[in-house]
Design a binder for this molecule. Sequence first.
Ligand SMILES: C[S@@+](CC[C@H](N)C(=O)[O-])C[C@H]1O[C@@H](n2cnc3c(N)ncnc32)[C@H](O)[C@@H]1O
Length: 222
Amino acid sequence: VLVSARDFYEQDYHFAEDVERPNLPRLRRAMRHLQPMPGTAFLDLGCGVGWATRLAVREYAVGSAVGLDFSHRALVSAAALTPEAGWVDADGTRLPFRDATFDRVFSFGSMEHFPDIRGGFAEVYRVLRPGGRLVTAVPNFYIRTGQPLEFRATKGGWGAVMRSVGFEIERVATDPGPALFKNRRPVRLALRLALRAISLIPVLRYQFVFVLRKPSSIDGAV
Ligand SMILES: C[S@@+](CC[C@H](N)C(=O)[O-])C[C@H]1O[C@@H](n2cnc3c(N)ncnc32)[C@H](O)[C@@H]1O
């Protein structure tokens, strides 16, 4: 399954469109939950063409930035856009980093595609320093995007998985979904309009932006 999922991104995913038409305001809205960021060690998990990594370096002044993805094609574009970041080709559920390497991990629309959802969160927990933060945007239960592996859950369902590996949930924001005019194919536009309307109902928001903290070792000591 993993091999074919990876093949899908290598061969079929719209990375060229992502390079040409990034939605930076949408990323910035989610990334502000990572503040303060200056000087921190930052990981963008499932980075695609790496726009969040680029923002981390060029707008948020992180101390070091790594983008990780299992699509070589995505990383070639990412490295061209932001040569000053580090780019790592690896599976998101087996991170090639030591324990407690990062202060901030960001993952936008990627962890729900991992072959082992709980294992993916456990790996992020492992590579975060105590007191470090993960901000991850993951879709609501009814969303479909046509990617090979799509885990879906309600806000409560996602939260249960995250808590089960040790994360503390600081807050949960929401994301309204793709820009309406991302591309002009009429059927796609109509679908996005319908999604926007549905997504006005709070429990049916397109996706959740979870702000998670790995507890410090002193938490709970008193
Ligand atoms: C919907 S895209 C999101 C990309 C980027 N975060 C963005 O906001 O544009 C999902 C990304 O997750 C990556 N991905 C999916 N499964 C993965 C896995 N098991 N390990 C590493 N990356 C994975 C894909 O290659 C793809 O770049």
